[in-house]
Design a protein around this ligand. Sequence first.
Ligand SMILES: NC(=O)c1ccc[n+]([C@@H]2O[C@H](COP(=O)([O-])OP(=O)(O)OC[C@H]3O[C@@H](n4cnc5c(N)ncnc54)[C@H](OP(=O)(O)O)[C@@H]3O)[C@@H](O)[C@H]2O)c1
Length: 280
Amino acid sequence: MPVHPHVTTNANVKMPALIYGTAWKKEHTSDLVVQAVLNGFRGIDTACQPKHYEESLVGEAIGRLSNHGIMREELFIQTKFTPLAGQDPQRIPYDPNDPLEIQVASSFEASKRNLGTDYVDSLVLHSPLFPYANLLKVWKAMEEIYHSGGARQLGISNCYDLELLQRLYFDAKINPSVVQNRFYSESGYDVELRQWCDEQGIIYQSFWSLTANPHILGSKAVVDLAQKYDKTPAQIVYRYLTQIRIVPLIGSTSQQHIKEDLEIFSFELTLDEMMGIQLI
Ligand SMILES: NC(=O)c1ccc[n+]([C@@H]2O[C@H](COP(=O)([O-])OP(=O)(O)OC[C@H]3O[C@@H](n4cnc5c(N)ncnc54)[C@H](OP(=O)(O)O)[C@@H]3O)[C@@H](O)[C@H]2O)c1
């Protein structure tokens, strides 16, 4: 079974180089997570956001996996605090009238119950809050969770503004370890932000890696490399991302794709080949 490599974050946490994403899987969440992990995934991304994620079914899968001899400690589990603006008003997993810091604490208690674990490997703020004072309040509440041993590292998602990220980084006591962003041309593929993240040891997690980039998947460079290595264009793109230190989130529902995605570590693109893949 291909157990894929890890990267080490600035919090000294070993994070799998590919992470299985659980958004939009509804009642299939548990079966798909079990399938992904049995095939070799060890990282799981979810959120305390019932609108898009079935966090309790991720917890069910974690329980089922122990029956297969795969224990919770072998898994990298990442969840998110989703601010009110990102929640379905009918299914908010905390009291929206509570102060922000209590919302974060309640959301995290719900995540622990849902996941059946007393700690997560990574706790991510789903999107920045405005004004900045609110973002800082939430971050401090996440730092409390970190200090109490509830989260081994912290991160932020949907943060495309480098100045905002830098401001948070310098104000935080516990620095972000991951930034989870849409990987697409509209943000210029976050080139500057990623470079700065690299310098701070912050790991960039990508989503929309395939769906937003049909032009890359269909490009001559990628198609030629797929032929050369006897891989699919999707495998070439995921391999490329891992070689530029990006950790892609992969939410595939197909067993064949799950297997193929885990097989990308069986080959390595050369520097020249990497240079040939144009992002924009
Ligand atoms: N922080 C945020 O706001 C945010 C937002 C969106 C997503 N996410 C996270 O990111 C995860 C991934 O979401 P995503 O939007 O990037 O899309 P995705 O769920 O990874 O799916 C993208 C598409 O890629 C296809 N695919 C996967 N591997 C393939 C392969 N080897 N060959 C061909 N097609 C392949 C999938 O089809 P098949 O199912 O047929 O394989 C699917 O249609 C989510 O589950 C979630 O955890 C986070």
